[in-house]
Design a binder for this molecule. Structure first.
Ligand code: KIV
Ligand code: ZN
Length: 388
C-alpha cells in the first residue's frame, strides 16, 4: 500500500448508530453499507455483533453482500464477543475483527478495578484469540487520548508481537488538543518496536469540536487510517466527520496524502444517512450542510457572482452539490437581486433595478428570506411600481 494513501474506516453503522434515535434495521444497514462501498471507503465497521441478535444479523448480511471492502466487527476483549464477531463476518472477502480494552488509568481503575499489567494481559489474549479466526486484527486502546504515552507504547508493542495489524488510538472522550494528539502518534511511531509493520489509526470524538483537527494531526504524524462517520455522527458530540477529513486531504494536496473516496458521492450519502437515521444535518455543517454553499450577504454575493472562488474554496460539484446558491435576504445587494431576476427570465435595466430593489427590501425586512414567488410577484407589478 502506498504510504501516502489514507485508509478511510467508516464507523457510521457502529459508532454513528449508537446515537440515541439513530438505530437502523438490517435493511437500512445493508443499503447504507452498499452506498459506503460505492463511495470508496476502505473499511466498513458494520456493527457490534454481540450487542444484539439484530445487529449480528445485520453484520452477517453486510459481510455476505460486500465486495472488495474490509468488513469489520467490534468486540470487547472478551472471548465470547470475539467469537461472535468472527462468526458474523465469516463470509466477508476481507474480514477484520476490532477488539480492545480501556488503557487509561481511569478506565483501568474505575471500569475494570484492575491493574496496568492485567490490562496488557487481557489485550494480548484478545488479539491472540482473534487471530485464530482472521488474519486482520485491529486493536483499540480505549481512552488512549488520556492514556500515559509510555504505557500506551507498551500495550501497542505487546499486541503487535501477537499479530495486531492495525493499532487504533482513540481519543474516546474528545479530550486532546491537536498538538497533543499528534505528539501521541509521533511518540508511538518513535517508541514502539515493529510499528512500521502496522497501520496506525485515529479514532477521535468531538466533545471539544476537535475531532477532525485531531485526526488530521494524527495523519501528519504518522497515522494512515482515519475512523470517521458520515455527518460526524457518533456518541455524544459525535465522531470525526468523514466528509471533512476527505475534503481537507483533497484541498491540501501539498500535504502529500490522498484517499480512495469518490468525493462526488459525499452530499448524496450525507442526505441518505440523514434520511435513514431521521437525524437532520445542521445547516452550517461543513461540506454537507444546506448552507455550506449558500451566500446571503451582499458583499459575498457580489463576489461569488463575479467569480465563485472569491468566497468558496470547494467547487460544490466536487462534493455532489449541483451549484452554489444565492439566498436573498435584507442583507442582499442589487447584484444578487439582478442575478436572480435574470435567472428567472427578467433582464431589467439599472434604473429599473433601483426601484425594484427598494420594493425588494420592503419585503425582505418583513420576511426572513425572499423567495422566487415574491420576485415573480414584483415582476408582475413592475409597470405599476416603476410608474408610481
Ligand atoms: O471511542 C472509542 O474508543 C471507541 C472504541 C470502541 C474503538 O469507539
Ligand atoms: Zn468511538
Amino acid at each position: 500500500m502506498d504510504k501516502n494513501r489514507i485508509q478511510i474506516f467508516d464507523t457510521t453503522l457502529r459508532d454513528g448508530e449508537q446515537v440515541p434515535g439513530c438505530k437502523l434495521n438490517k435493511d437500512q444497514k445493508l443499503r447504507l453499507a452498499a452506498q459506503l462501498e460505492k463511495l470508496g471507503v476502505d473499511v466498513i465497521e458494520a456493527g457490534f455483533p454481540i450487542s444484539s441478535p439484530g445487529d449480528y444479523e445485520a453484520v452477517e448480511a453486510i459481510a455476505k453482500a460486500a465486495g472488495d471492502v474490509t468488513i469489520c466487527a467490534l468486540s470487547r476483549a472478551v472471548e465470547r464477543d470475539i467469537e461472535t464477531a468472527a462468526a458474523a463476518i465469516k463470509s466477508a472477502r476481507l474480514p477484520r475483527i476490532h477488539t480492545g480494552i480501556g488503557t487509561s488509568d481511569s478506565h483501568i481503575k474505575y471500569k475494570f478495578n484492575s491493574t496496568r499489567e492485567k490490562v496488557i494481559e487481557r489485550a494480548v489474549a484478545a488479539v491472540k484469540f482473534a487471530k485464530r479466526f482472521v488474519e486482520d486484527v485491529e486493536f483499540y486502546a480505549e481512552d488512549a487520548g488520556r492514556t500515559d504515552n509510555e504505557f500506551l507504547a507498551r500495550v501497542c508493542e505487546e499486541v503487535l508481537k501477537v499479530g495486531a495489524t492495525v493499532l487504533n488510538i482513540p481519543d474516546t472522550t474528545g479530550y486532546c488538543l491537536p498538538n497533543e494528539y499528534g505528539s501521541k502518534i509521533k511518540y508511538l511511531v518513535d517508541h514502539v518496536k515493529g510499528i512500521e509493520n502496522a497501520t496506525i489509526s485515529t479514532h477521535c470524538h468531538n466533545d471539544l469540536g476537535l475531532a477532525t483537527a485531531n485526526s488530521i494531526e494524527g495523519v501528519i504524524n504518522g497515522a494512515r487510517q482515519i475512523e470517521c462517520t458520515i455527518n460526524g455522527l457518533g456518541e455524544r458530540a459525535g465522531n470525526t466527520s468523514l466528509e471533512e477529513c476527505v475534503m481537507i486531504i483533497s484541498q491540501h494536496p501539498y500535504l502529500g496524502f490522498y484517499t480512495g473516496i469518490n468525493t462526488k458521492g459525499l452530499y448524496p450519502i450525507s442526505r441518505l444517512v440523514s434520511d435513514e437515521m431521521g437525524m437532520p444535518v445542521q445547516p452550517n455543517k461543513a461540506i454537507v450542510g444546506s448552507n455550506a454553499f449558500a451566500h446571503s450577504s451582499g458583499i459575498h454575493q457580489d463576489g461569488v457572482i463575479k467569480k465563485r472562488e472569491t468566497y468558496e474554496i470547494i467547487d460544490p460539484i466536487e462534493v455532489g452539490v449541483d451549484k452554489s446558491s444565492i439566498v436573498l435576504t435584507a442583507r442582499s445587494g442589487r447584484a444578487a437581486l439582478a442575478y436572480r431576476l435574470k435567472e428567472l427570465g427578467h433582464d431589467i435595466t439599472k434604473l429599473e433595478l433601483d426601484t425594484i430593489y427598494q420594493k425588494f427590501l420592503e419585503i425582505a425586512d418583513r420576511k426572513k428570506e425572499v423567495v422566487d414567488a415574491d420576485l415573480l410577484g414584483l415582476m408582475e407589478r413592475k409597470s405599476e411600481l416603476l410608474s408610481s
